[in-house]
Each structure stands twice: as structure tokens, then as C-alpha cells.
Design a protein around this ligand. Sequence first.
Ligand SMILES: [Cu+2]
Length: 68
Amino acid sequence: MKELEIKVKGMMCNGCENRVQNALKTIEGVKEVVANHATGIVKVTANEEVSENSIKEKIEDIGYEIER
Ligand SMILES: [Cu+2]
């Protein structure tokens, strides 16, 4: 298991948090997602084989931006 913290731009409300959380939970191996629109931080708990890139791509797929 690993824990990732990803900084995301564009989450404005609880609905955005839910969208991000639900989208990331569809990735095989992702166990837990906590998104916070106030801080922009998305915390992901996942199996070792889940790549950080696949998580970032999914976030971008649903319309949010990764802060780099
Ligand atoms: Cu929103």
C-alpha cells in the first residue's frame, strides 16, 4: 500500500470532491480517496502497482487540472 497526495486545481465544492473521489475509485487497486476542495489536495491510498500517472490522468479526464 502507498499513499499519494496530489494537488488539484479546479475543485470548487463538495460535488467536485465527490466526482474526483468516485472517478478515482474506479481505478483497479485504489482503496481510498479523500478530496478536499478547500486545499485542493487529493489523498489516495492504493496498491503498489497503481501508478501516480494513471491517477493524474483520470483527474484530468474528468476536467480538473493537476498542479505541477
Ligand atoms: Cu464543484
